[in-house]
Structure formats: structure tokens, C-alpha cells
Design a protein around this ligand. Structure first.
Ligand SMILES: Cc1cc2nc3c(=O)[nH]c(=O)nc-3n(C[C@H](O)[C@H](O)[C@H](O)COP(=O)(O)O)c2cc1C
Length: 169
């Protein structure tokens, strides 16, 4: 998929088909996270894949939108020491999401009110905290990003108008 079309057509998706994402597709998604640039190339993250029904149900109770994690094919908790480096984590998360979308897999970020409780449920090392836990899965109906142009996706996105955001010096 053209990169701009991928960016323009990617929406955060909260309902998932009841079928697994194959191992090779999961691996590509995780590799997109691994490949992300980070400050001083510290790669401060750990990725915890949550895919068993029991683990998803336990974690679902600890995020804001329970159904996202309970019904997804898998979620990836992205954790760092002390929950630091949120920008680095954001880059890794978005790269994972775009790689997923390229394979027809939809996704949604998941925040949580109590990262310490989520860290315990995830079995993280002492001091390591999840920053976000994106959920992934196939959509219930197939979605076709190529059904519209990137310009059309951009025009219909629920976003502020570009000229409101951009200032030039
Ligand atoms: C840092 C961050 C945290 C978010 N947390 C949640 C969340 O906890 N639950 C959820 O359903 N969506 C969450 N979202 C998704 C936003 O609601 C979504 O990006 C926004 O509404 C735009 O959605 P759209 O791309 O489908 O238009 C989060 C997004 C970001 C960037």
C-alpha cells in the first residue's frame, strides 16, 4: 500500500472478527515496532503480546475500553522503565499499526487508569510500566483502503482542517 494512502485511510478500529492473526503477520507487526527510531537509539521498550483468552480478559479490566482488549485477536503492551519515553513508544505503536493495516489488520490504542496494576497483570519487571496497549485484529467485514483515493480519505477524516493547524514563519 502507498504510505500516504495507509496513513490517510487508517482509522482506529474497536470491533474485531473472531479469528486469529497468523504468526507471520504478528511478527511483521512486532518487527515494525522494533524497527522504530528512538531517542539515542535506546530502544527503551518491551513488547508484551497478550493473546490467550484468559490474559486478554484479565487485562481488559484494566484499560479504559474493556471490549477493545477482550475481543481483539491480540494486544501488545508497550512498556518502558518508569513509563518514560512516551514519544518513542508512540512511534513504535504507530509503526505497528501501519504495518498491521498494510496486512488488513485493524487496531486501536488503549490507555489505562492504573499502569501499575496493568504492569502486575502483564508480569513486567519491577519498575517497568506499560504506556499503551494497542489492540489488533481483523475487521468483521473486509475493509478496502484502495476503494478511495488518499485525498478522499483525507477530506472525509474527522479531523481539524489543515489550515487551522499550520503556521508558517
Ligand atoms: C495516546 C492515545 C490514547 C488513546 N486511548 C484510547 C483508549 O484508551 N481507548 C480507545 O478506544 N481509543 C483510544 N485512543 C484512540 C482515539 O480515540 C482515536 O485516535 C481518535 O478518536 C481518532 O480516531 P479515528 O482515527 O478512528 O478517527 C487513543 C489514542 C491515542 C493517540
Amino acid at each position: 500500500m502507498d504510505t500516504f494512502l495507509a496513513v490517510a485511510s487508517k482509522r482506529d478500529w474497536r470491533s474485531y472478527a473472531d479469528r486469529p492473526v497468523p504468526e507471520d503477520v504478528q511478527r511483521r507487526i512486532l518487527d515494525a515496532g522494533r524497527l522504530s527510531g528512538s531517542s539515542q537509539n535506546k530502544q527503551p521498550w518491551t513488547f508484551v503480546v497478550v493473546e490467550s483468552a484468559e490474559a486478554k480478559a484479565r487485562l481488559a479490566e484494566l484499560v479504559y475500553m474493556e471490549a477493545n482488549v477482550r475481543t481483539c485477536a491480540f494486544a501488545v503492551a508497550i512498556a518502558t522503565g518508569g513509563g518514560k519515553f512516551p514519544l518513542d513508544v508512540g512511534r513504535a505503536m504507530q509503526n505497528m499499526m501501519l504495518a498491521a493495516w498494510n496486512d488488513g489488520v485493524v487496531s486501536c490504542p488503549n490507555g489505562m487508569p492504573d499502569p501499575e496494576a496493568a504492569a502486575r497483570a502483564l508480569g513486567l519487571d519491577e519498575g517497568s510500566l506499560p504506556i499503551n496497549i494497542p489492540s489488533f485484529g481483523y475487521p468483521k467485514r473486509p475493509l478496502d483502503p484502495e476503494s478511495k483515493s488518499a485525498q478522499d480519505w483525507s477530506a472525509e477524516a474527522n479531523r481539524k482542517v489543515l489550515d487551522e493547524l499550520v503556521r508558517r514563519l
